[in-house]
Design a protein around this ligand. Structure first.
Ligand code: GDP
Length: 299
């Protein structure tokens, strides 16, 4: 958690600066509550979560008096209460194998890196993993995924740039099924500029998957870049519509002051948060620990 603590420090500093000096009697005044709500919004928690936390704090009694530490603790508890229901690891439970995990997200969000990190995580848990390079739109994406596959020693099914992603996915599922592979992680194109095309492409992938296994895809994981702040919420909105999202991974929580957007996402969409990215290295994926993240955000 050192890295997470280090990484989310900026969010914490922003919120802390705003919470400092809000000391008073044993309940918060309206003015103090306003200040706290503003501080939460400034920390990217979003108006809904901020209002909910404000409301909960307004009914709180602080019998031992209100000092900064007590207030921080109370805020952390309310943040944790929002985050706890969405904390859910990505479990490998599908039978028959493979469990098919479709990974979606805009280019640059950390999608490829997250796929590699997930593959590594599953390997460590002794699951066999296969990758499918379904982002055929960018040659670089195929190349990058191949490099990771080689480094991790996992098989990859890929085609040429401009190829049909659905046919790659079809081949990958057949190969994974034949090999008895536990997890098939599928990369997809992240070009939101052309929503219609992306939607068609994902729909076709889904159709092909469904023909081979009606349960597939078992997971549709949206990768979001925390540094995008509130824009990450818009991406949830759009990808829910074009792809049907079952869970989130939030990346780049190291070194951003915008980690509070996790709370906004949890409050607004209630989608499971599977893990968080706290760096560029292969083991920089962390389980999502709601109490730790809440504590870090509230300082
Ligand atoms: P994609 O275009 O969505 O596939 O994104 P990439 O996986 O290529 O990642 C884009 C950049 O973000 C790369 O330089 C990654 O190393 C970096 N990146 C990915 N995840 C994280 C993270 O959790 N923290 C940090 N600091 N960088 C990350």
């Amino acid at each position: 958690s050192d890295r997470l603590l280090g990484g989310l420090r900026k969010t914490q500093e922003r919120l802390s600066g705003n919470l400092a000096g809000l000391v008073g009697a044993n309940r918060l005044s309206d003015e103090q509550l306003d200040d706290i709500e503003d501080a939460l919004i400034a920390s990217d928690l979003g108006p809904r979560a901020a209002a909910r936390i404000r409301e909960r704090l307004a009914s709180g009694r602080f019998e031992k008096g209100l000092d900064e530490a007590t207030l921080r603790e109370a805020v952390a508890e309310e943040i944790a209460a929002i985050l706890r229901p969405v904390a859910r690891p990505l479990d490998i439970v599908a039978f028959p194998r493979p469990q098919v995990i479709l990974v979606i997200g805009v280019n640059g969000s950390g999608k490829t890196t997250t796929i590699a990190k997930l593959a590594h995580l599953f390997q460590e848990l002794d699951y066999s993993v296969m990758l499918a390079a379904g982002d055929t739109f960018r040659a670089a994406a195929i190349g990058q995924l191949r490099v990771w596959a080689e480094r991790l020693g996992v098989p990859i099914v890929s085609g040429a740039e401009g190829g049909d992603p659905a046919s790659i996915v079809f081949d990958a599922v057949k190969q994974a099924t034949d090999a008895g592979t536990d997890v098939l992680i599928v990369d997809t194109a992240g070009r939101l500029q052309n929503k219609r095309e992306l939607m068609d492409e994902l729909a076709k992938i889904r159709r092909v998957l469904g023909r081979l296994n009606p349960e597939a895809p078992h997971d549709v994981v949206l990768v979001l870049d925390a540094t995008n702040g509130q824009n990450a919420l818009q991406q949830i909105e759009i990808f829910r519509e074009v792809a049907g999202v079952t869970g989130l991974v939030m990346t780049k929580l190291d070194g951003t002051a915008r980690g509070g957007v996790l709370v906004a996402a949890a409050e607004q969409y209630g989608l499971p948060i599977h893990a968080i990215g706290v760096g560029e290295k292969i083991d920089d994926l962390r389980p999502f620990d709601p109490d730790l993240v809440a504590k870090v955000i509230a300082g």
